[in-house]
Each structure stands twice: as C-alpha cells, then as structure tokens.
Design a binder for this molecule. Structure first.
Ligand SMILES: C[C@H](O)[C@H](O)[C@H]1CNC2=NC(N)=NC(=O)C2=N1
Length: 147
C-alpha cells in the first residue's frame, strides 16, 4: 500500500475551498478520480461501448474546454479515454480542473459510460498523455503580445 498524495492547489484557489469542492470527486470519498503523484492534478479513465461513443464524449468535453479556455491532458485508444486535469499556470489544481472533472463525470454518464474493472483502470493511457505533456506541450507558456 502506498500513501495517498495530498492535493496541491493553484495559488489562486484557496486550499479550503479546493478541498471542499474536490473531495466528493475523489475515489477515497466514493468518487472516481485519483490524485496524480504530484498532487497537482486528478486523473481517471473512461470506457464506452464503442469508439464512436468515446469520440462523442471527447467532443463534448472539447467543446466545454473551448468555453472554459482550459484543456486536459488526455489520450484515447479505441473505447477508452484517459483524462487528467491539472493547471499549468499557476501550477496545481484550479477551480477549472474541479469543474471540468465534474463535467466529465456527468457527460460520461449521459454517453453510457461503462465500468472499468477494478484494478484495470490504473495506468491506462497515462503514459501516452505524459509523453505528450513532456515533449509536445507549449500550451500554457505566456504568449508575447504581437504588434
Ligand atoms: C491564455 C489561456 O487561458 C491559458 O493559456 C490557459 C489555457 N488552458 C489551460 N489549460 C490548462 N490545463 N492549464 C493552463 O494553465 C491553461 N492556461
């Protein structure tokens, strides 16, 4: 048994509020999300009947990301998508991460989410998301204003 990480919130999200908002979403409290090793994010996998259903769900999430101006670290293979919510700047768990995690739970239910077998949900898709985050992402580097 390894010890549970504790959450690290973004500097603009009070730990009191964050803890209150996040707690019900965590597996430890009957939710489905687990904290990342660093405590700066939450992650879980979602499984659906088909690729089409999975893609539909990802489309719904992507549309909400555009509204919230907040993106996930995620990956997909066939009928499973792995999603991690973390904020890059300022680093840690932000209110948007918690809102988006809750949004995903709700929409996945509406898309017919299937149970992932206990013990099999573990690292599904996290390796791929880690690689993209480490090698590819220049998403949240503050951009210089042009002109
Ligand atoms: C300007 C824009 O809002 C920022 O770059 C946003 C975009 N989406 C983001 N998403 C995530 N996950 N973390 C961020 O820090 C972040 N920053």
């Amino acid at each position: 048994m390894s010890s549970q990480p504790s959450p690290t919130f973004s500097s603009n999200y009070s730990p009191e509020q964050g803890t209150k908002d996040l707690s019900p979403l965590l597996k430890a409290n009957g939710g489905k999300w687990v904290l990342t090793e660093s405590g700066k994010g939450v992650e879980r996998s979602f499984k659906f009947k088909t690729f089409k259903k999975t893609w539909e769900f990802m489309n719904i999430v992507a549309a909400e990301c555009a509204v919230k101006k907040h993106h996930p670290e995620w990956s997909n293979v066939y009928n499973t998508t792995f999603i991690r919510w973390t904020t890059h700047s300022p680093p840690g768990l932000s209110e948007k991460d918690v809102l988006m995690a809750r949004f995903c739970d709700e929409k996945a239910g509406e898309c017919g989410e299937l149970e992932v077998e206990e013990g099999k949900e573990g690292d599904m898709g996290s390796g791929l998301a880690d690689r993209v985050a480490a090698e590819g992402a220049d998403c949240c580097v503050p951009k210089k204003k042009s002109g």
